[in-house]
Design a binder for this molecule. Structure first.
Ligand code: PAF
Length: 312
């Protein structure tokens, strides 16, 4: 059913909207995104609709989670297309903040506007000292996996998500488990800092060939896309091997590493870690999760598989 969609562009209006709805007894679920929505995001929205009477989807390409040289400036976007998809799903409110990192010396942008055109974190660091300087670090969980090659990434994610929680004040927030470390780290932040929001993690949505959906997939050439299927194939092989009794994480990790390398991928990491702490485990002691990050051409993909103890 298509309906009108309200686009809110500043944090005061967002907070007022939210407080008004909550005072009317509505439950609010936030789905934080960076836009260029695909079926994976839409599954998060469907999950949100089950939990709450109002769904807010935020669309914001967060400069604070991109380091210099990363793909901030080429991150795909299609705002009108996103709105159409959300209208089709019956979402009534989209938050597209333009003043999230407002500061007085924001040269080049109108006062009250984020100056993100220059990209990444450097645009938040005001020369006169008026820049953003408060950060949330989930100290242990931000370090392994993606944190090794992207040391400021989770600082940026945790901080922007905390800001969104403070502005939207949602009852629930939904995150995809494709970004496994992100999802776990947000749960820990919510627990440690007593945010009054319940985090819901949603399973990975895959294309029919098995590739985990990601906004960045659009940058894969047809050849790279074929090669990238080595990731999900090898993850499934590991699942089978674990079912057949293999308990050496070294052997299992190596099999993924070889498969992805042989297909033409460049490995960032392949690691089996504890599902809660994300710390490396030497032997399979279920439940654990196998996480992979690999480059195909200029595109860095991440994927994972949860390995659970059999239920019976
Ligand atoms: O997963 C994402 O799209 C982003 O990391 C998030 C959670 C919206 C924060 O910018």
């Amino acid at each position: 059913m298509e309906q009108d969609i309200e686009v809110i562009r500043d944090k005061n209006s967002m907070r007022n909207w939210s407080r008004t709805k909550r005072a009317q007894g509505e439950k609010i679920c936030l789905v934080p995104t960076m836009g260029y929505l695909h079926r994976g995001h839409l599954a998060l929205v469907e999950e949100a609709k089950k939990r709450a009477t109002r769904v807010v989807v935020s669309i914001y390409i967060n400069p604070a989670q991109f380091a210099v040289g990363e793909d901030f400036s080429t991150y795909p976007s299609n705002f009108e297309g996103d709105l159409d998809k959300l209208k089709d799903l019956g979402v009534d409110t989209v938050f597209v903040p333009s003043d999230l990192y407002v500061r007085e010396d924001n040269a080049g942008a109108g006062k009250g506007q984020d100056n993100i055109a220059s990209g990444c974190i450097s645009c938040l660091e005001g020369k006169s000292g008026n820049g953003h300087e408060t950060w949330i670090r989930v100290e242990k969980m931000e370090k392994p996996l993606c944190g090794k090659s992207r040391p400021i990434f989770f600082r940026g994610v945790a901080t922007v998500v905390a800001k969104l929680f403070n502005i939207v004040e949602p009852d629930f927030a939904v995150f995809g488990k494709k970004d496994y470390q992100q999802c776990r780290l947000i749960c820990r932040m919510v627990r440690d800092l007593d945010f009054a929001v319940e985090i819901v993690g949603c399973g990975i949505v895959r294309d029919s060939d098995g590739l985990a959906l990601s906004s960045r997939n659009v940058h894969l050439s047809p050849k790279e896309r074929q090669e990238a299927l080595s990731i999900c194939r090898s993850l499934n092989q590991v699942k089978d091997a674990v079912c057949n009794g293999q308990i050496s994480t070294g052997i299992l990790q190596h099999s993924v590493l070889e498969a992805v390398r042989n297909a033409g991928g460049k490995i960032d990491y392949v690691e089996i870690v504890d599902q809660e702490t994300l710390q490396h485990v030497d032997r399979i002691d279920l439940p654990v999760v196998l996480c992979v990050a690999a480059w195909f051409g200029g595109v860095r993909l991440i994927d994972n598989i949860e390995l659970q103890a059999p239920t019976s």
